[in-house]
Design a protein around this ligand. Structure first.
Ligand code: SF4
Ligand code: SF4
Length: 205
């Protein structure tokens, strides 16, 4: 099970550039989703005049379902510079995978809760680390895509693009660098060193 919390509003606003399309996922809200905060943020963005459109739907982690639901918003998405996603980390990665050339912003942090996790064949993985890094990594999760869960770049051990820990796996940080280059955001790698807050990560407590 998981909980999503909205990131600090100032942080979210500082990440939005140009016109914005907003995607809100209510898939796991039985547990906890910041529904009222998300509605208030959306209303504020709409009032600001920079929103090309929005959709509130369920289970954006299901790629086929998401594609269908976004079809009728294609023009609004095309005209947006930024896609703001309010969901768990899997939902954000699903959107980033569908729109690799767009700036996709994670508006939430995802926390783990003890209990049964629904078994779904998902394409992307989120370890619910409590401090989502997707805004610094082009929408690719460094916790799950890198064998060492590094958050400040690659370890230097990759051989021919493959991970030194698991030679059958592409180095997650090479994927991240490619994605950042694709969206013209390699400058993100120059940001100050990220000190991970391990207190939010159930796996390392
Ligand atoms: S960084 Fe990865 S593990 Fe952490 S919340 Fe984001 S998607 Fe999930
Ligand atoms: S080779 Fe790449 S994916 Fe593997 S541990 Fe190093 S940085 Fe992470």
């Amino acid at each position: 099970m998981l909980i999503t919390e909205l990131k600090n509003k100032e942080t979210i606003l500082s990440l939005l550039e140009g016109k914005v399309f907003v995607i809100v996922c209510h898939g796991c809200r039985e547990i906890h989703f910041p529904e009222h905060e998300a509605d208030a943020l959306l209303a504020e963005l709409v009032a600001g005049g920079n929103v090309t459109g929005s959709i509130t739907t369920d289970y954006i982690c299901n790629v086929d379902n998401l594609k269908l639901r976004l079809q009728r918003h294609a023009a609004a998405i095309d005209s947006a510079d930024t896609l703001l996603v309010l969901s768990c980390g899997v939902g954000v990665q699903t959107v980033a995978g569908l729109y690799p050339a767009k700036r996709v912003i994670a508006g939430c942090d995802t926390y783990a809760l003890p209990g049964f996790q629904g078994v779904t064949p998902l394409e992307y993985d989120c370890r619910q680390c409590g401090e989502c890094y997707l805004n610094l990594t082009g929408g690719i999760c460094p916790i799950t895509a890198c064998s060492k869960s590094l958050v400040n770049g690659q370890c230097g051990g990759a051989k021919n693009g493959m991970c030194e820990v698991d030679p059958n796996m592409e180095c997650g940080w090479e994927r991240i660098q490619r994605r950042l280059a694709q969206i013209g955001r390699l400058d993100v790698l120059k940001c100050p060193v990220q000190v991970r807050n391990y207190a939010t990560d159930d796996d390392v407590k």
